[in-house]
Design a protein around this ligand. Structure first.
Ligand code: PMP
Length: 432
């Protein structure tokens, strides 16, 4: 992800002009943090709305500044700077401005491109991966992170080796294979089981690295390096959203935002965005959208994971009681924990509501979304009803319905030419 920014107002703009685009190209990952710190310093009135800071995101993917051409360099250059759309149907029905950061427009089809690139770039900076070396990136994932890693590995000359539960949808497995990833299917298991897909990925990376250290002459892997991407615990995850997603949102919306509503899988998105935005917008309400079977709702509301029969940290990560993929979890991950204190509230969303919302959005807006986005939109509309008309609420359009045809969209059922008669209020008020 290669985005720069400077504050257009006041101090930074003249400096940025003086230095020119060439200098801007060199200022990359630290920009988010510098804005964060600078605003902390400036905004002493405590409201966050007293002085509006304007952020300009410079584009360092322009190949040539002199001939005026606008060219993104490789698939990496397509990551980030996603648009924000107004969801017309939900906005009209609530009297609020309901917006979505359209992360499905990243080249790998989700926000996971951002964290996959950040994890790989961090490993490169630490000398753990060497471009075009066929070094290996291991990850355990049933979802979008594997697809993003597989794409970035191809682009940078690495191999992606993905462990996933053997009931993962066929369209995702085929996509991974067509991107050239090695795919290993393992039975769904508890996080405390050494064969659970995350643990299996970690163990295999460690095995390669120990071979590497032994430097056994007959071994194919003797010159290979390997990393375990570790999206749930790796700090590069929330940091990517702090450095990029958060600043983008602030640059796009400024002080107009009242609430940010999203689900959590690893928790990287909600933590990184909240950590960036909250100091700038202290009145911002951050709300977790949580699907059935996840313990996070009760963790946010009451400080404990939901199901007392299974101790926190030992429950299956794999959700069996919901159609929703990508969000909802029953253990406290590092990426969620670093932003947990910034989350103000949580909304529980049923599968029935998500299915109805997915239909509502495609019928009224032509917006074809995946299951986690449907959860997000139910929660965003719920928050709009709680806050009342005139508020601006941002959620995330995580991925497209195309990734969810065989499971979630199958359950939505046929979409005819006619609008279904279910109103937004009916969707929000129904229960499973
Ligand atoms: N939606 C989808 C489709 C996802 O794959 C994920 C990540 N698992 C999320 C939402 C949640 O993002 P995060 O991991 O940053 O919490």
């Amino acid at each position: 992800m290669t985005i720069n920014s400077s504050r257009a107002a006041g101090v930074v703009l003249p400096v940025a002009i003086g230095f020119g685009i060439g200098v801007l190209l060199t200022i990359t990952t630290s920009y988010g943090y510098s804005i964060y710190k600078q605003h902390h310093h400036d905004d002493d009135n405590g409201t966050g709305h007293g002085k509006r800071q304007k952020i300009t995101l410079a584009d360092n993917t322009v190949a040539s500044s002199s001939d005026g051409r606008d060219i993104r360099i490789g698939v990496e250059g397509l990551i980030g700077r996603t648009p924000i759309m107004k969801i017309k149907s939900l906005s009209q029905a609530t009297g609020c401005e309901i917006l979505a950061k359209v992360e499905m427009m990243n080249p790998g089809g989700s926000a996971k491109d951002r964290i996959a690139l950040a994890i790989v770039e961090q490993a490169e900076a630490e000398g753990l991966l060497r471009p075009n070396s066929n070094d290996i990136v291991f990850e355990g994932t049933s979802g979008s992170t594997g697809i993003s890693l597989a794409m970035i590995c191809r682009a940078k000359g690495y191999r992606a080796h993905i462990f996933l539960p053997d009931d993962t949808s066929t369209e995702k497995i085929e996509l991974l294979e067509k991107l050239g990833a090695v795919v290993e299917k393992v039975p769904p298991a508890s996080i405390v089981d050494k064969n659970q897909y995350t643990n299996a990925a970690r163990a295999r990376a460690e095995q390669i690295m120990s071979h590497h250290e032994d430097n056994d002459d007959d071994d194919d892997d003797k010159n290979k390096q390997a990393i375990f991407a570790d999206q749930f615990e790796n700090e590069a995850n929330w940091q990517a959203h702090f450095d990029h997603t958060g600043p983008e949102i602030y640059a796009q919306l400024g002080d107009s935002l009242h609430a940010f509503v999203t689900g959590a899988g690893t928790g990287g998105t909600i933590s990184g965005v909240s950590r960036f935005l909250k100091p700038l917008l202290p009145n911002l309400k951050v709300v977790l959208a949580d699907p059935p079977g996840s313990g996070l709702f009760n963790k946010v509301k009451y400080g404990v994971m939901f199901d007392l029969r299974e101790r926190e940290g030992t429950r299956r990560r794999h959700q069996v009681d919901t159609l929703i993929e990508g969000i909802g979890i029953n253990r406290l991950t590092n990426n969620f924990d670093v932003g947990r204190s910034l989350i103000d509230d949580a909304v529980r969303v049923t599968d029935k509501q998500s299915l109805a919302m997915a239909r509502y959005l495609v019928e009224r807006d032509g917006l074809f979304v995946g299951s986690s986005t449907a959860v997000n939109c139910v929660a965003a509309a719920t928050v709009a009803k709680q806050l009342g008309p005139g508020h601006t609420i941002l959620t995330v359009a995580c991925d497209s319905g195309a990734r969810h045809l065989s499971k979630f969209w199958k359950a939505v059922g046929p979409i005819g030419g006619e609008l279904s008669h279910e109103s937004l209020d009916q969707i929000l008020n129904q229960r499973d």
